[in-house]
Design a protein around this ligand. Structure first.
Ligand code: NAD
Length: 252
């Protein structure tokens, strides 16, 4: 048995013994579904660093051209045609086995819910692209109705209730996180007996802080990611490879 096979076997045993697994997922779990990540080798921002600046809330609110471009980008978003992949399905399997205490995701694509994880178990720390919210009155509505208006010719559709600026119900750069949602994620991290971080560079705070928090509370830490993360030293195991193969192998 090679060292990596032995490690896989070890992690499989830890997962089988765990009762309160908390998964923390990032963009890397959805790349096999055709949604590019941000910071991976083929990531949206790796290829176009200027795109990161354009996605700040300040630019979005101040500049109608940024909003028009954002609506065009939303029309083309890969989430509309994406389907869950083997990585998502492995986390559904963990829930089916009764071991999944919580699933905290940085993703905005709702693929965990579409794969079959119970919506009440999924904590979306960065919101969802499948809804719009009004920056002025806070009204929320399905994204599809706003996209239909863009397709019909409105370049920057406004809130139908108050005329305010609409955006996707996601957390943009410069926008405050929702405190109750972050608190829920941190509470889950503190309750885990095993924290499984999948497909994230673990660079975005405060969510990345779930990893040291869970470790301090006594949880085993398992990281599955193609690239190194700042918490690899702290982890009990780091599985460096394709999520679509590794996650089903350790969760089966
Ligand atoms: P990230 O882009 O910073 O990092 C993704 C990591 O996953 C990279 O290290 C990459 O090497 C790795 N990876 C990609 N595909 C992989 C695969 N098949 N197997 C193994 N590893 C793989 O992602 P992040 O840490 O989640 O931060 C990006 C932020 O952008 C998130 O907070 C999220 O809100 C948002 N985002 C969401 C989506 C989505 O909803 N699918 C997509 C892009 C960005």
């Amino acid at each position: 048995m090679t060292e990596s096979e032995a490690q896989l076997e070890r992690v499989r045993g830890w997962i089988a013994d765990a009762r309160r697994i908390v998964a923390l997922t990032g963009a890397g779990i959805s790349t096999d579904s055709g949604i590019p990540d941000f910071r991976g080798p083929q990531g949206v921002w790796t290829r176009d660093p200027a795109a990161e600046k354009q996605s700040t809330i300040q630019n979005y609110l101040a500049d109608p051209d940024v909003r028009k471009a954002a609506w065009q980008a939303r029309l083309r978003h890969p989430a509309w045609t994406a389907r869950p992949n083997a990585g998502h399905e492995a986390l559904v399997e963990l829930e089916r086995q009764g071991r999944l205490h919580g699933l905290v995701t940085q993703n905005i694509d709702e693929l965990h819910q579409r794969a079959g994880n119970a919506p009440e178990r999924v904590v979306e720390v960065h919101g969802t692209v499948r809804r719009v919210m009004c920056w002025q009155c806070g009204d929320r509505a399905p994204m599809e109705s706003a996209l239909a208006r863009v397709r019909a010719g409105e370049e920057d559709p406004r809130c139908l209730r108050c005329g305010g600026i609409l955006k996707s119900d996601t957390i943009s750069f410069g926008q405050a996180l929702v405190p109750e949602v972050i608190e829920r994620a941190m509470t889950l991290a503190g309750e885990a007996d095993l924290l499984l971080a999948v497909g994230s560079t673990l660079q975005v705070y405060p969510v990345a802080g779930m990893v040291p928090l869970a470790a301090r509370a006594g949880a085993r830490i398992v990281i599955v990611n193609a690239e190194p993360t700042p918490f690899d030293e702290l982890a009990d195991a780091v599985l460096r490879g394709p999520i679509g193969a590794l996650l089903p192998a350790i969760c089966a």
